[in-house]
Design a protein. Structure first.
Length: 202
C-alpha cells in the first residue's frame, strides 16, 4: 500500500559516485517532487560529465536537529520541539581537477586555453560566484538496489591540498544543504531497483 514503509533487510556495503551540477532555472529540486520525478532527475543528471571527482574513503550524509525541551519543576510533564536543523554531504576526492576546485571554492575563477592548460584564480570577496550546486551521491547495489542521496547547497569546508610522498592528494569538501524552497525540504534519499534508472551505468 502506498506510503507504508517497506521493511527491507539490506546492508549497504561500499562507496559510490558523487555527481555535481549547478542550480539553474531549469535544473533544480523542489519539495513537491515525487519518487518518479526524483528518479528521472537522477537519471538525467547522475552522468559521467557531472562526476565531481573519484571518491576515496566513502561519502557521509549528516542530518542534525537542534531541539528545545520545556518541562515543569517536578519533571512530570515535558514537551520537545525542533528549533533548527542542518544537513550536509561530504566525501574525499582523490582525483585532482581544477574544474572541481572551481565548484568547491566560491571565489574561484576557472579558465583554460587552446593548449589544454588550466588555471583557477582564488580569492576576493567580490569574486564570490553566489552559486549553489545539486549533489547526487549514488551507491550502486546490483543485488538489493541502489541508494541515492540528493541535496542542494555549497561547500562550507576549508579546502586543503596536501602534496606528500607516498600518498595521493585528497580534497574533502562538505556541502551544506539548503532548503529546496520555502517548504524547508533539504534532502531526498531514494532507494530503487536497477531497472528504474540506468543513469549510473558509466
Amino acid at each position: 500500500m502506498a506510503n507504508t514503509p517497506i521493511k527491507a533487510k539490506r546492508i549497504a556495503l561500499g562507496s559510490g559516485k558523487l555527481y555535481c551540477t549547478k542550480v539553474t532555472a531549469e535544473v533544480r529540486l523542489n519539495s513537491d517532487m515525487d519518487i518518479a520525478a526524483v528518479l528521472q532527475f537522477v537519471k538525467t543528471n547522475a552522468i559521467e560529465s557531472n562526476i565531481l571527482g573519484r571518491i576515496k574513503g566513502g561519502a557521509t550524509y549528516n542530518y542534525n536537529a537542534t531541539t528545545y525541551t520545556e518541562k515543569d519543576d517536578f519533571n512530570e510533564v515535558s514537551k520537545t520541539n525542533i528549533t533548527d536543523e542542518s544537513a550536509s554531504l561530504s566525501a574525499g576526492m582523490v582525483t585532482f581537477d581544477l574544474s572541481m576546485i572551481n565548484q568547491i571554492i566560491a571565489t574561484a575563477q576557472y579558465s583554460n586555453d587552446d593548449n589544454g592548460n588550466e588555471m583557477v584564480k582564488i580569492g576576493g570577496l567580490q569574486n564570490d560566484k553566489g552559486e549553489s550546486y545539486i549533489l547526487i551521491f549514488v551507491h550502486e547495489d546490483k543485488k538489493d538496489g541502489n541508494i541515492a542521496v540528493l541535496i542542494q547547497g555549497e561547500n562550507t569546508a576549508a579546502v586543503a591540498l596536501a602534496f606528500t610522498n607516498g600518498a595521493g592528494t585528497v580534497t574533502n569538501p562538505t556541502f551544506t544543504a539548503e532548503p529546496f524552497d520555502t517548504k524547508g525540504v533539504s534532502t531526498f534519499i531514494v532507494t530503487y531497483k536497477n531497472s528504474a534508472t540506468t543513469s549510473t551505468q558509466n
